[in-house]
Ligand binder design. Structure first.
Ligand code: ZN
Length: 304
């Protein structure tokens, strides 16, 4: 999209050209839709490719609206990697300003990884987009990313595939470490409850029962009916703790915690990293941080 400037950016260029994040950067530009995907893309892209992100760490990928700097970076990009399965409802605005030279690649939709259905709410039964919460899902993303980059920049294909091999090994090691960390949680306490149903793949990977108040952050969060139903389910199951996530208000889980007497823990990270100086700053750090928090809240045995 380098040469063609859309009417949107024509309107914006007058005020924003001086703050373009791409000034003087590499001429190979790709974009990831949100911070977690940005991390995975950077692991394969290496130094030669400029990787920008649309939804920055801390912000919710489900409810984002494109900003003027986003639009400028889209104008410069060769490829946009997005998750798909409805994670990015704002993608329709990207499609509206994209021309034919921009490749849009949905990594989850193209990943060789079995999707699970969303368990509750407005999107119940649709494919759950949060596949990255299982390191094996993240590895399937890596394969799509490496193949897409290799097709687009064939002169660097060998380097992309070599980095992909390293990343598969790192993800495998991470998977084992998370498993070991969660191992000490007694079987009777292996029940995870979150606000948004974003931990289904995680729960499957590490052997947890799972429930949530709503299905996707795209929908109305914590409406009266969803809250009443969750309250009813909690009365039957007695989960050892309730969790909220970093990108949602904790008021809903807090209300359920008060109503049921079950303790509240959080924030877990699922849709965004923390800031760089906080604990969930990249993909491995995020999973380790979550595992530590879950281990503590569900009564895992202390390390010896
Ligand atoms: Zn989510």
């Amino acid at each position: 999209m380098k040469k063609q400037v859309s009417w949107v950016s024509t309107l914006l260029l007058g005020t924003l050209v001086s703050v373009s994040p791409l000034a003087g950067a590499s001429t190979l530009n790709v974009i990831a839709s949100f911070s977690i995907l940005e991390d995975l893309v950077k692991r394969i892209a290496g130094e030669d490719i400029n990787v920008n992100v649309i939804v920055p760490p801390g912000a919710d990928v489900h409810t984002w609206e494109l900003t003027p700097p986003n639009v400028l970076s889209i104008e410069e990009a060769d490829i946009i990697f997005y998750n798909g399965f409805g994670l990015e409802p704002w993608l329709r605005h990207v499609e509206a300003i994209a021309d034919d030279s921009l490749t849009l690649k949905a990594v989850a939709e193209n990943a060789d990884f079995a999707p699970l259905p969303i368990i509750t709410g407005q999107y119940q039964g649709a494919n759950d987009p949060h596949m990255w919460m299982d390191p094996k899902g993240a590895a399937a993303y890596i394969k799509v990313i490496a193949e897409t980059l290799a097709k687009h920049y064939p002169e660097k294909a060998e380097a992309f595939y070599a980095r992909a091999e390293d990343t598969y090994r790192a993800l495998d090691t991470l998977d084992q470490a998370i498993n070991e960390r969660l191992e000490g949680i007694p079987k009777t306490n292996r029940f995870l409850v979150t606000s948004e149903a974003g931990f289904r793949y995680f729960a499957r990977a590490y052997g947890f029962e799972y429930d949530a108040i709503w299905g996707l952050n795209n929908e109305t969060q914590g409406n009266a009916r969803a809250m009443a139903e969750m309250n009813e389910r909690l009365a039957k199951t007695r989960a050892p703790a309730l969790f909220y996530e970093s990108t949602v208000p904790c008021i809903h889980m807090d209300a359920l915690s008060r109503a049921t007497g079950i303790s509240l823990a959080g924030p877990l990270h699922v849709d965004a990293f923390s800031s760089q100086d906080d604990q969930a700053y990249d993909y491995p750090a995020m999973l380790r941080y979550n595992a530590e928090l879950i281990h503590g809240a569900l009564g895992g045995a202390r390390p010896e």
